[in-house]
Design a binder for this molecule. Sequence first.
Ligand code: FES
Length: 158
Amino acid sequence: MASHTFELNGEQITVEAEDDVRLLWVLRDLLGVTGPKYGCGLGVRQACTSHINGKAFNPCSVPVSKITPDDEITTIEGLPATVGKDLHPMQEAWLDPDVAQCDYCQPGQILAAVAKVRQATADGREIEDRDLHEIRNICRCGTYTRIREATKTGAKNM
Ligand code: FES
């Protein structure tokens, strides 16, 4: 067992875990952070999508030993605090069109959308359909049309 230190949702934390345990299980089972969902464990369904240093990643695919003390991990639980509000604008945007159906994939969908908008902004442009096509998070309820509508709305308010 080894100690692993990193920033999680704005707080520096240290957790004891074997080096090869995937971060998703450290978050969910050891730290009780259950926003990132288990979909496939292979980075395919992407239900666990979270942020590392502001970019989307899949914690199911990363051993905890690869996370360094300087790394900032953000899950849906910590997303509102990144803008100092009760809800992030992308979460607000999800409410009106009533995006979620079963909701299982939605934390990951929202975090993927936020990361995509940030990437477009960093490139000096607005989010476009080609960006939305690149989001590969699977929704077995098929809410893709509402996800895209909400992502465009959320992008305007970010
Ligand atoms: S809302 Fe059910 S899997 Fe996406």
